[in-house]
Design a protein around this ligand. Structure first.
Ligand code: ITT
Length: 215
């Protein structure tokens, strides 16, 4: 049985780019969001073998530490010709300094090593697994994906992480060249959003959130 999320919520992330997107997505709903980073909560080890497992590790840790419902996102970019890498290790490829210029260079270098030069050989998708964990252990999972390809050199300075090298299908501009609204805005007519995280969030919102005006 599904629940409604209202009142206080912990966003179980230390990633400022993700946090900004989640705050924008949550803005139309009556939810007061604070992040694990802002609360100085420790970052749990992400030892899962699936995005959903790592999201659950983060949401459970934050719900336990705060006694509040917690929302976590585990996400990454999966490049077909690299057997799905960096995938679960998307953040790790940026190293402890969280520098995504070398991480994007590594993706490109590994594609070159495999002689993956045509657009078709450079297919990739982003995945987002969103989990809400309540302090009583109730949990709900929502997933979103967006398909496209990686381009080189990276284009644009918007967004975060691998955005400048990801060109979603049907678009001429990378996520790094798009506005926040284009990347993860929720269309007013209820049609599908573009980014993996916004697509997962649309499912979450339908199941768990009520617009402020409905309250
Ligand atoms: P938290 O675990 O604290 O949330 P993190 O950055 O470690 O932060 P993940 O383990 O989920 O998060 O790693 C996902 C990485 O995948 C993230 O650091 C980005 O580099 C990349 N990524 C995920 N979503 C992205 C997006 O919308 N645009 C660009 N890169 C993205």
């Amino acid at each position: 049985m599904s629940r409604t999320l209202s009142g206080k919520l912990v966003i179980a992330t230390h990633n400022k780019g993700k946090l900004a997107e989640m705050r924008e997505l949550l803005a139309p709903y009556g939810v007061e969001a604070i992040s694990a980073g802002e609360l100085n909560l420790p970052e749990p080890d992400e030892t899962g073998f699936m995005f959903s497992e790592n999201a659950a590790i983060k949401s459970r840790a934050a719900a336990k530490a705060t006694g509040l419902p917690a929302l976590a996102d585990d996400s990454g970019v999966c490049v077909d010709a690299l057997d799905g890498a960096p995938g679960l290790f998307s953040a790790n490829w940026a190293g402890p300094g969280k520098n995504f210029a070398p991480a994007m260079e590594r993706v490109e270098k590994e594609l070159q090593m495999r002689e993956a030069t045509t657009p078709e050989q450079r297919r990739a998708h982003f995945v987002s697994a969103l989990i809400v964990t309540w302090p009583d252990g109730h949990e709900e999972l929502f997933e979103g994906r967006v398909f496209g390809r990686v381009v080189w050199p990276p284009r644009g300075t918007n967004g975060f992480g691998y955005d400048p090298m990801f060109l979603p299908d049907g678009h001429q501009r990378t996520f790094g060249e798009m506005s926040a609204e284009e990347k993860h805005g929720l269309p007013a007519d209820g049609s599908e959003a573009l980014s993996h995280r916004a697509r997962a969030f649309q499912k979450l919102a339908r199941a768990l959130l009520r617009a402020k005006t409905d309250a």
